[in-house]
Design a protein around this ligand. Structure first.
Ligand code: C5P
Length: 328
């Protein structure tokens, strides 16, 4: 396939419509990976080579060229790495107070005891987090999200992360079920908000409001604001997901401080994606979140793609993730 053929496909349609028509000559049918396809889509939308780009997709060694593809490496600008976490990388943004957040394909669970690379996960989480953060911004629930850059990156506001994970639970599951012996799936009498200290070496322990104030991880005012934000996010997420037949059993958010003149305020940061939520199909109870990986329940990308498909943010069937056609 020539470069011209490759670029003539209408990727815009592909990414925007819930049920794209995939012609026989489409790259999906010709062994080109979905990840690469999405990168080409991004290039076509002018998020391309002139812009700073993240690492190459993990699906191939960087020295191997793919028929019809321009070398990404040649165009890749050097940029300053600010922080690399388990699932994301932060790079310096184009303007002061901004960062570029890159979503990796790495999946980890149980404090990184279980690890894998799940091809396409970063693309899905980027799109899903964009979708949720944009919705929250629209409702006046402030988030760090500024704009999408490409299929793996978004421009965000730099924040000072509050060293607490804020967990909201609507149904018992996970560590709550283990800790309190409440059967997984039990509806809770009201949403319950928990705080955990962000410290991998301690396994992110659950902490009380007393601890938070005493050790100065956040002020009483911060706590009140975080609680209000968490409950607003819960209403939004639960409502949106209910509309597509999915129950939000629980989720985790992170919160950041931004300074505006003499004032500081708290905004939603990090990501909101199936990596950080428990999402259950309303009818069947099927898990559509990271528990699929934690508990070896099947294909994680299929689960995340199903969430994205129902929300209309990705094509119906991104599943044919096959190895790209390689040339020397
Ligand atoms: O493990 P646990 O039951 O406490 O998790 C509650 C929710 O918070 C789950 O949706 C889980 O995916 C999320 N979580 C997270 N990151 C952590 C801990 C929990 O996204 N470090």
């Amino acid at each position: 396939m020539s470069k011209i053929d490759f670029y003539h496909v209408n990727y815009e349609n592909l990414a925007a419509s819930a049920k794209p028509a995939i012609p026989d000559k489409h790259p999906f049918r010709q062994g080109i990976s979905w990840d690469l396809l999405m990168d080409v889509w991004a290039a076509e939308k002018n998020y391309g080579p002139h812009r700073v780009r993240g690492p190459l997709p993990t699906c191939r060694p960087s020295h191997i060229a793919i028929r019809g593809e321009q070398s990404t490496e040649r165009h890749m600008a050097r940029r300053k790495l600010v922080y690399e976490g388990k699932a994301k990388i932060l790079y310096e943004g184009p303007e002061p107070g901004t960062l570029v957040q890159y979503f990796k394909d790495d999946a980890t669970a149980f404090n990184a005891e279980k690890k894998d690379i799940i091809e396409g996960k970063g693309v899905l989480n980027n799109r899903l987090s964009e979708f949720f953060m944009t919705g929250l911004n629209t409702l006046g629930i402030p988030t760090h999200f500024i704009k999408s850059l490409n299929m793996r990156e978004q421009l965000i506001r730099a924040v000072e992360i509050v060293p607490l994970e804020v967990i909201v639970r609507n149904y018992a599951a996970g560590t709550m079920s283990k800790r309190l012996g409440i059967e997984e799936g039990t509806a809770l009498p009201r949403p319950i908000v928990e705080f955990c200290l962000k410290d991998d070496s301690l396994g992110d322990p659950l902490v009380s409001e007393e601890h938070i104030i005493a050790f100065n991880w956040a002020s009483q005012q911060d706590l009140d604001d975080m609680l209000a934000l968490a409950l607003r996010v819960n209403d939004f997420l639960s409502g949106v997901m209910y509309g597509v037949g999915i129950r939000v059993a629980d989720f985790k958010i992170e919160i950041g401080r931004v300074y505006e003149g003499d004032y500081q305020r708290l905004i939603i940061a990090d990501e909101i994606s199936p990596d950080s939520c428990r999402l259950w199909d309303l009818k069947t109870g099927e898990k559509l979140d990271k528990d699929v990986f934690r508990r070896d329940l099947g294909s994680l990308t299929d689960a995340y793609a199903e969430v994205a498909r129902r929300l209309g943010v990705l094509p119906e069937n991104p599943a044919p993730i096959s190895k790209p056609t390689l040339i020397n």
